[in-house]
Design a binder for this molecule. Structure first.
Ligand SMILES: *[C@@H]1O[C@H](CO)[C@@H](O)[C@H](O)[C@H]1NC(C)=O
Ligand SMILES: *[C@@H]1O[C@H](CO)[C@@H](O)[C@H](O)[C@H]1NC(C)=O
Ligand SMILES: *[C@@H]1O[C@H](CO)[C@@H](O)[C@H](O)[C@H]1NC(C)=O
Ligand SMILES: *[C@@H]1O[C@H](CO)[C@@H](O)[C@H](O)[C@H]1NC(C)=O
Ligand SMILES: *[C@@H]1O[C@H](CO)[C@@H](O)[C@H](O)[C@H]1NC(C)=O
Ligand SMILES: *[C@@H]1O[C@H](CO)[C@@H](O)[C@H](O)[C@H]1NC(C)=O
Ligand SMILES: *[C@@H]1O[C@H](CO)[C@@H](O)[C@H](O)[C@H]1NC(C)=O
Ligand SMILES: *[C@@H]1O[C@H](CO)[C@@H](O)[C@H](O)[C@H]1NC(C)=O
Ligand SMILES: *[C@@H]1O[C@H](CO)[C@@H](O)[C@H](O)[C@H]1NC(C)=O
Ligand SMILES: *[C@@H]1O[C@H](CO)[C@@H](O)[C@H](O)[C@H]1NC(C)=O
Ligand SMILES: *[C@@H]1O[C@H](CO)[C@@H](O)[C@H](O)[C@H]1NC(C)=O
Ligand SMILES: *[C@@H]1O[C@H](CO)[C@@H](O)[C@H](O)[C@H]1NC(C)=O
Length: 812
C-alpha cells in the first residue's frame, strides 16, 4: 500500500502540471507546462493557428480560443517538438533545440552567477526569475519584454534611467508570432504620447494624456482605469482592471488594429472590442497640417483652423485633404503681440512631438508664454482635472486634430488680430483683446506708446526700435540647449570608442540620445576669444543657417568650462575618408563626384551670398565635407573661425587659421582673406575629387609639382583627362570632366580678383557655354622647383614650397 502511495505520489510530482516554478537545472520539455498558483495562467510550448512550428509562451489556461499573451522565441521558432526550456545555474532561462543550441535566453541583467534563482509563473501572467524565494528580488521578468499584448500591471513606455523601452509589436500573422510591421510605443519628443508606427510611419496617435485618458482614445471607463506615470525616472502607460471577475487585455493584431479583449470568470469565451481606426479621422494627419477633422454623418471632412487657408484649394475642393492648410497672412513677429487666441472645444489635441510643457503653469501663464514666442501657434491645459492645470505649447504646424461631440478638451489657437475682427462675434473679440492687453506687458507698452506717439512720434519710434531689437536678440537665441548630463550619457562619457575624429576646434563624438536619435557632439577645446554672450549669439546665428548642403546645428551646451556644439550625425563620415581611400573611392563614380562638386558649390554659395550672415568659411577642405547616407555633401565647421579667432586675422597679425594645401597664397602670406579665399580652397577640393589625390601629398615625379601645378601642366598640354582618377576608367562624359577641371583651375588662380565668385561657379558647372581660360594657379612652383642641379631640393617635401614664416593656430 505504502509502495503504491509512494509510486502515485512520485508519479504525480513528476508529471503533474500544477507546478508554478522552476528551480536551477530543472527544465520543461515540449508537452509539459507550468501553471500559476491560482490556475489562471499556463506556460509551455504551443503552435499558433495551423502552424507546426513550436514556440514557448504564456497563455490564459481556461479561455478559448487559445489566448497567448507572451512568446519567448518569437523570432526563432523550433521546427519540431524537441525543444527544452531550462533555468541554468546562472539564473538565466535558456531555450534549447535538439542539438542543444540556445534559440533564446532571458537577458543577462546580472552577469554574476545566481545559485539560488527560481523561475516563477505568477497569476498576473508575469514569468519572473527571482533570487531565491524572496518576492522582491526580480532578476528578470517577461513583463519587461512585451510581445503584442498589454496586460494589467505591464508598463508601456520607458525606464529613463536604464534606457529600457517597453513597446508592443504585432505578430506577422496569426500563425507567426515574429515581429510584424506595427509597433505601439511612447514617443519621447515633446510631451510624451502613445503612437502606433508602421515601419517608420506614424499611422495612429492615441493622443497625449490629459489626466483622465488619452483624449483621442477614451477607455471604456467602467471596465478599466488607464494610468499615465511621468517623472524623472519613468514614462509609461498602464491600466488597472476595476472588476476582479473580469479579464481584459489589449492586443495589437497583425493588421495593426488595436483590440481590447475581455471575458469574465463565468464565461470562458472571450469578447473582442476593436477600438481603433473606426473612422477616417483616426488616421494620422488625415487632414494634413493646421486643419481639423470632423466625422459627421459617416463622413470625414476637414476644415482649416481660423486664420488658415487650404494650401492647394483645387485639391481641397475635391476632398483631397492631405495638403493641409497654411497661414492666411504670414504675420511677422513685430505685429504678433497684437495676436489673440481662439478657443476650440471638444478637441483631440494635435501631435505633441514639437510641443513644450510645464506641469505647474496655469492657463493664463500658458497664454502669456505662447504670446511671447513667435513660433508658438497654440496652447492648452496639460491636465483637465479640477478645472485644468499645466501648460502645453505647440510650435509651428499643428497636425492630427479632430473634434468630438462628447469628449475632447479645450484648445486655444493663435490668430492675428485681423481674424478676431472678422469673427463678428463682439463678445469673443472683446474678451480676447482684453486678455491680450491685460495680460501681456507688451500689450501694455504698445497701448501706452499709442497714446504717447500722438505727442512725440520720433522719440517713440526710437524707444520702440530699441525695445524691438532687444526682443529680436532674445529670439535669436532660440537654439536648443542640451544638458551636459544628457550628452555625457549619449556619448558614454565621451568614450574613445565614440570618438569620430578630431575636427577643427576640438574632438567630435558620436552620441545616441535616449530616443535613439544619433547626433555628433563637437567638444570645443580652444578658448573662444569672445565672451559667453557673444559666443551664444554667434552659435545661435550659425544655427539659423539652413541649407541641404550644410550640416545642421541642432543645439549647443554651455556648462562651466565646457562648450559643445551638437550636429546632426552623418553616417558616411567625411569626403577625405572616401576619395583618398584605395577601396572606398571606387564607390564614388563620376556621377557621384560631380554631384558632390556641385553640392559643395551650392552650400558655399549659400554661405557667401544667400544667407543673412555672409560667412567666409576659412577652413574649407575635404575633411570638412561630410557625406550623408546618399553621399550628398554637407559642409561642416562653417562660422566657427569667426568665433574663435575673432577679427584678429583680418587685423593682419601673424596668426593664420587654415590648413596647408587649401590655403590661398594671399592668405598664407599676408593673412588676408575674402570670399575668394574660400573659392581657392574649393578649387583645390574640385581637383582633388577629380584626381582622387591629395594636393598636399601629391608629387609628380618628373616636375616636382604639387597637384595644382600638375593639373596646370596637363591643361597647358591639353591632356587634362589624364588627371582623372584611374579607378574611374574611361570617362563616359569627358566633357563634364574637363569642365570641372577648368572650373577648378579658374578657382585656384594666383590673383583673388581673377577667381570667379561662387555664383559664377555654380553657373559654370551647370551650363555649357564657353568658360574663360584659366591663368597660372597660386602656389604653382614649376620654375623654382626644377630640380636640375639643385640637390638640396630633392630633400624638400614636394608640396607648398613657399617659404613662409607663419604661426599655425589650427592645423590638423
Ligand atoms: C546544476 O548543474 C551543474 C552542471 O550539471 C552542476 O554543476 C550544479 O551543481 C547544478 N546545480 C544545482 C543547484 O543542482
Ligand atoms: C487552419 O486550417 C483550417 C482547415 O484547413 C482552415 O479552415 C482554417 O482557416 C485554418 N486556420 C488558420 C488560422 O489559418
Ligand atoms: C527533431 O528534429 C531533429 C533533427 O531535425 C531530430 O534529430 C529529432 O529527433 C526531432 N525530434 C522530434 C521529437 O521529432
Ligand atoms: C538548433 O539550432 C541551431 C542554431 O540555430 C541550428 O544550427 C540547428 O540546426 C538546430 N538543430 C535542430 C535539430 O533543429
Ligand atoms: C544536450 O544536453 C543534454 C543534457 O546536458 C545531454 O544529455 C544531451 O546529450 C545533449 N545533446 C546533444 C546533442 O549534445
Ligand atoms: C547579454 O550580454 C551580452 C554582453 O553584455 C550582450 O551582447 C547580449 O545581447 C545580452 N543578451 C541579452 C539577451 O540581452
Ligand atoms: C541558497 O540556498 C541554500 C539552501 O537552499 C542556502 O543555504 C543558501 O544560503 C542560499 N544562498 C543564498 C545566496 O541565498
Ligand atoms: C459600461 O457602461 C456602458 C454604459 O455606461 C454599458 O453599456 C456597458 O454595458 C458597461 N460595460 C460593462 C462591462 O459593465
Ligand atoms: C491679410 O490678407 C488679406 C488678403 O489676403 C489682406 O486684405 C489683409 O490686409 C491682410 N491682413 C493683414 C493684417 O496683413
Ligand atoms: C514651470 O512654471 C513655473 C511657474 O511659472 C516655473 O516656476 C517653473 O520654473 C517652470 N518649469 C519649467 C521646467 O520651465
Ligand atoms: C466639428 O466641428 C464642425 C465645425 O465646427 C462641426 O460642424 C461638427 O459638427 C463638429 N463635429 C462634432 C463631432 O462635433
Ligand atoms: C520659442 O520656442 C522654441 C521652441 O520650443 C524655443 O526653442 C525657444 O527658446 C522659444 N523662444 C523664446 C524666446 O522663449
Amino acid at each position: 500500500m505504502l509502495f503504491i502511495w509512494f509510486f502515485l505520489f512520485s508519479f504525480m510530482t513528476r508529471t503533474s502540471t500544477s507546478l508554478d516554478r522552476l528551480e536551477v537545472n530543472q527544465s520543461i520539455r515540449d508537452g509539459e507546462t507550468l501553471v500559476s498558483a491560482g490556475g489562471i495562467i499556463e506556460v509551455g510550448f504551443f503552435s499558433p493557428g495551423n502552424s507546426t512550428r513550436r514556440y514557448f509562451g504564456v497563455w490564459y489556461k481556461n479561455v478559448s480560443p487559445l489566448t497567448v499573451v507572451w512568446v519567448a522565441n518569437r523570432n526563432t521558432p523550433l521546427e519540431n517538438k524537441s525543444g527544452v526550456l531550462k533555468l541554468n545555474e546562472k539564473g538565466i532561462i535558456v531555450l534549447l533545440n535538439a542539438t542543444n543550441s540556445t534559440l533564446w535566453s532571458s537577458s543577462n541583467i546580472s552577469s554574476k552567477a545566481r545559485n539560488n534563482a527560481t523561475a516563477h509563473l505568477l497569476d498576473s501572467g508575469n514569468f519572473v526569475v527571482k533570487h531565491g524565494h524572496k518576492t522582491n528580488s526580480v532578476l528578470w521578468q517577461s513583463f519587461d519584454y512585451p510581445g503584442n499584448t498589454l496586460m494589467q500591471g505591464m508598463k508601456l513606455g520607458w525606464d529613463l534611467e536604464t534606457g529600457l523601452e517597453r513597446s508592443i509589436s504585432s505578430w506577422k500573422s496569426v500563425e507567426d508570432p515574429a515581429e510584424g510591421e506595427y509597433v505601439i510605443r511612447i514617443d519621447l519628443r515633446g510631451y510624451p504620447q502613445m503612437i502606433e508606427f508602421k515601419g517608420f510611419d506614424i499611422i495612429f496617435r492615441s493622443g497625449s494624456w490629459n489626466g483622465l485618458s488619452t483624449v483621442g482614445y477614451p477607455a471604456p471607463v467602467n471596465l478599466s482605469l488607464p494610468k499615465f506615470v511621468f517623472n524623472e525616472k519613468e514614462v509609461y502607460y498602464e491600466f488597472e482592471i476595476l472588476d476582479s471577475s473580469v479579464f481584459a487585455i489589449f492586443t495589437l493584431a497583425p493588421s495593426g488594429a488595436g483590440q481590447r479583449i475581455f471575458w469574465t470568470t463565468q464565461t470562458t469565451t472571450r469578447q473582442v472590442i476593436s477600438t481603433q481606426a473606426q473612422d477616417q479621422c483616426e488616421i494620422y494627419a488625415f487632414c494634413g497640417a493646421n486643419s481639423i477633422c470632423s466625422y459627421v454623418d459617416n463622413q470625414a471632412t476637414c476644415e482649416c483652423l481660423r486664420g488658415y487657408v487650404p494650401k492647394s484649394p483645387d485639391q481641397w475642393n475635391i476632398a483631397i485633404w492631405l495638403g493641409g492648410c497654411v497661414q492666411k497672412n504670414i504675420s511677422n513677429c513685430e505685429i504678433r503681440y497684437t495676436d489673440g487666441f481662439l478657443k476650440y472645444r471638444h478637441m483631440k489635441l494635435p501631435d505633441t512631438s514639437s510641443s513644450w510643457f510645464n506641469k505647474t503653469m496655469n492657463l493664463g501663464e500658458c497664454q502669456k508664454s505662447c504670446l511671447k514666442n513667435c513660433s508658438c501657434t497654440a496652447y492648452a491645459n496639460l491636465d483637465i482635472r479640477n478645472g485644468g492645470s499645466g501648460c502645453l505649447l505647440w510650435f509651428n504646424i499643428l497636425v492630427d486634430m479632430r473634434n468630438f461631440s462628447l469628449w475632447g478638451q479645450d484648445f486655444y489657437i493663435r490668430v492675428p488680430a485681423s481674424e478676431l475682427d472678422d469673427t463678428g462675434n463682439r463678445k469673443i473679440k472683446k474678451k480676447i483683446v482684453g486678455i491680450t492687453v491685460g495680460v501681456t506687458t507688451f500689450g501694455l507698452i504698445i497701448t501706452c506708446l499709442c497714446i504717447f506717439m500722438v505727442k512725440n512720434p520720433g522719440a517713440v519710434r526710437k524707444f520702440y526700435n530699441k525695445h524691438y531689437n532687444n526682443i529680436k536678440r532674445m529670439q535669436d537665441l532660440d537654439l536648443p540647449t542640451f544638458n551636459l548630463s544628457v550628452l555625457t550619457k549619449a556619448t558614454r562619457n565621451f568614450s574613445s570608442e565614440n570618438k569620430l575624429g578630431e575636427g577643427g576646434f576640438g574632438p567630435v563624438y558620436k552620441g545616441t540620445l535616449i530616443d535613439g536619435k544619433e547626433i555628433a557632439v563637437k567638444r570645443l577645446s580652444k578658448k573662444s576669444v569672445q565672451g559667453l554672450d557673444e559666443f551664444k549669439n554667434e552659435v545661435a546665428l550659425i544655427a539659423k543657417l539652413q541649407h541641404r548642403n550644410l550640416v545642421k546645428l541642432l543645439g549647443c551646451c554651455i556648462e562651466g568650462e565646457e562648450k559643445m556644439l551638437i550636429y546632426e550625425y552623418m553616417p558616411n563620415q567625411s569626403l577625405d575618408y572616401f576619395v583618398f581611400d584605395e577601396t572606398k573611392r571606387k564607390f564614388l563614380d563620376w556621377g557621384k563626384r560631380l554631384n558632390i562638386i556641385i553640392g559643395i558649390a551650392r552650400g558655399l554659395l549659400y554661405l557667401h551670398q544667400d544667407s543673412r550672415l555672409r560667412i567666409i568659411h576659412r577652413d574649407l577642405k575635404t575633411s570638412n565635407i561630410l557625406l550623408d547616407e546618399n553621399l550628398d555633401p554637407k559642409i561642416s565647421d562653417f562660422g566657427l573661425a569667426r568665433s574663435f579667432l575673432g577679427d584678429q586675422v583680418e587685423a593682419n597679425t601673424n596668426r593664420v587659421a587654415g590648413t596647408y594645401g587649401y590655403m590661398p597664397p594671399e592668405y598664407a602670406a599676408r593673412g588676408h582673406f575674402s570670399v575668394k579665399s574660400d573659392v581657392f580652397s574649393y578649387g583645390v577640393i574640385v581637383l582633388e575629387i577629380v584626381s582622387g589625390k591629395k594636393n598636399r601629398e601629391f608629387s609628380d615625379p618628373e616636375h616636382y609639382n604639387n597637384l595644382l601645378g600638375h593639373a596646370w601642366r596637363l591643361w597647358t598640354e591639353q591632356r587634362s583627362l589624364d588627371l582623372l582618377d584611374e579607378v574611374l576608367g574611361e570617362p563616359c562624359t569627358p566633357f563634364e570632366v574637363i569642365r570641372c577641371i577648368q572650373v577648378g583651375l579658374l578657382c585656384v588662380q594666383q590673383r583673388p580678383e581673377d577667381r570667379p565668385d561662387m555664383s559664377s561657379v555654380v553657373l559654370m558647372l551647370n551650363c555649357d557655354k564657353e568658360l574663360p581660360k584659366p591663368k597660372v594657379p597660386g602656389f604653382y612652383t614649376e620654375t623654382d622647383a626644377k630640380p636640375d642641379a639643385n640637390s638640396s631640393f630633392a630633400n624638400h617635401k614636394p608640396y607648398s614650397v613657399n617659404e613662409l614664416s607663419i604661426t599655425m593656430l589650427d592645423a590638423r
